[in-house]
Design a protein around this ligand. Structure first.
Ligand code: BG6
Length: 489
């Protein structure tokens, strides 16, 4: 592994994400040698804390990761802390001095990575002050890694982006979408562009429809404060689903570089049909979970408005107006308190135009089933391919058989977690797995139409039972087109 020399400034150093994901990811990079002697992290948040206390906090976050003797302690000595009120310009001066010292002490060669992992209303202020108070360097790189949510509609996202742009150029900004750090989401590109037998069929001549499911078993848990203001459309559709769909829909990039991939993803999202309000009403379904046994319905969860109209489920039909996809619906869905926790993509191929095996005497005139290619993202990682084959025995009937490839447990264990991957990419300056401003802008413009419509009309909630796959309307959305969800209960 090549060592990345870098000085990281983390805003939100005592937050949940930092404790659960960021320190563990950095530790894994350290164990693998991607980070070594020449890195340091300056953590900030409102809390007063000494460097030693902060190092304890870091050690505590990584305590479950198997390590060599003394490795965790040595790692923790790269962490420093400075209490900071992001709204006070004078506090940035303290940060600036501390950064200058650490740069010297650790030989980070002026490489600065600023990481924002805190309440989004401060993102803009922090970015502006980073420049104004002189926290940027001119001898290494300056990069910004920024957590979601990136705005709550197009206008607020644009405002945020304009603020960030006062300090950072587009190619210095890394907008996190952790779905892009998932092994099997990245694998979409290998599957498509590494296999002529797949890519040759990847169009409206052979594909009937594509289904993307991001299903969650848990409810809103402790995040009501955020979630009730957001809802599934903003929380999952605008970002994760749009990014997955863009990868499925994009054209082949000229080369597998971040710039080339971006261009194609932007083009794909640009051809996504933006609905009129009446089209949106017809093509989007929202839901909110009800009560079951001793578990309260969404409206009675801690911190949720008892009359909340926030959706915890979304299903939709998306259409791309381009030569490859014209006429092929992309059905997507996501929700809380569904049957299970999993993410999968089903590519449903067209049936044979003529079924020579059909038996006119049976009710099922078409014996041949659709071929389905499934990309299992989580919890299993792998591919499935459903083909028609002859049923074993006398006579001639067909039945579907499944070819499955599932990544082994060992392979899965060795596969870095999204945050480890994305941190590494940002340190390397590779944008492939980050969302560009143009992609985010198109995604918001698309989503805003739906949001505006839903904000006016009062929904009939709750409308689905926990443990189901959402409201009945989610099945009707496909049934209307003579189709079904491949994964159904
Ligand atoms: C986050 C959402 O972005 O993604 C959460 O804010 C959601 O509401 C989570 O639970 C799902 O991510 P994963 O990786 O567990 O599928």
């Amino acid at each position: 592994a090549t060592e990345n020399k870098a000085l990281i400034t983390l805003f939100g150093a005592t937050g949940d994400l930092a404790k659960r994901k960021l320190y563990t990811s950095l530790f894994k990079l350290y164990q693998k040698g991607y980070l070594a002697d020449h890195f340091a992290l300056l953590g900030t948040s409102r809390h007063e804390m000494s460097d030693e206390e902060f190092q304890e906090l870091v050690l505590n976050s990584i305590k479950d990761i198997p390590a060599k003797d003394g490795e965790a302690e040595a790692f923790s000595k790269h962490f420093f802390y400075c209490a900071h009120d992001v709204t006070k310009p004078e506090h940035y001066v303290k940060l600036k001095d501390r950064l200058a010292e650490l740069d010297k002490q650790f030989g980070t060669e002026g490489n600065r990575l600023f990481y924002m992992s805190m309440a989004p209303q401060f993102f803009g202020t922090i970015a502006i002050n980073i420049k104004k108070q002189g926290l940027l360097t001119d001898n290494g790189y300056n990069r910004l890694v920024i957590e979601k949510p990136f705005g709550r509609d197009f206008d607020s996202a644009k405002k945020l982006n304009d603020e960030l742009s006062q300090t950072f150029e587009e190619n210095q900004i890394f907008r996190i979408d952790h779905y892009l750090g998932k092994e099997m989401v990245q694998n979409i590109q290998a599957l498509r562009f590494g296999n002529p037998i797949i890519e040759a069929l990847w169009n409206n001549r052979y594909i009937d429809n594509i289904q993307v499911t991001l299903s969650e078993k848990l409810g809103v848990e402790e995040r009501a404060g955020y979630y009730d203001n957001s809802g599934a459309l903003r929380d999952m559709v605008q970002n994760h689903i749009m990014q997955v769909v863009a990868q499925l829909a994009m054209e082949e990039p000229v080369a597998f570089t971040d710039d080339d991939v971006r261009v194609e993803k932007i083009k794909a999202l640009r051809s996504l049909r933006v609905y009129t309000p009446s089209e949106a009403a017809a093509n989007f379904v929202r839901g909110q979970y009800g009560a079951v046994n001793d578990q309260p319905d969404y409206r009675h969860e801690d911190g949720v408005d008892p009359e909340s109209g926030t959706e915890t489920f979304v299903a939709a039909k998306l259409m791309f107006d381009n030569y490859r996809w014209s006429g092929v619906p992309f059905y997507v869905r996501t929700g809380k308190k569904l049957a299970d926790k999993f993410t999968r993509i089903d590519i449903v191929f067209k049936k044979p135009l003529i079924d020579i095996f059909a038996n006119p005497d049976t009710a099922d005139k078409q014996a041949l089933k659709s071929n389905v290619l499934t990309i299992y993202v989580e919890p299993n990682s792998g591919f499935g391919l459903r083909l028609n084959a002859k049923h074993v025995g006398q006579g001639f009937t067909t039945e579907p058989v499944d070819l499955n490839f599932v990544q082994s447990d060992t392979a899965k264990k060795e596969s870095p977690e999204p945050y480890e991957r994305l941190f590494h990419d940002a340190l390397e300056g590779n944008h492939t797995n980050f969302a560009s401003w143009a992609e985010i802008a198109y995604a918001w413009k698309f989503v805003d139409v739906i949001r505006n419509l839903w904000d006016i009309e009062k929904p009939q909630f709750p409308n689905y039972t926990p443990g189901s796959m959402g409201p009945a309307a989610a099945s009707e959305l496909l049934a209307r087109d003579g189709r079904k969800w491949v994964y159904d209960l």
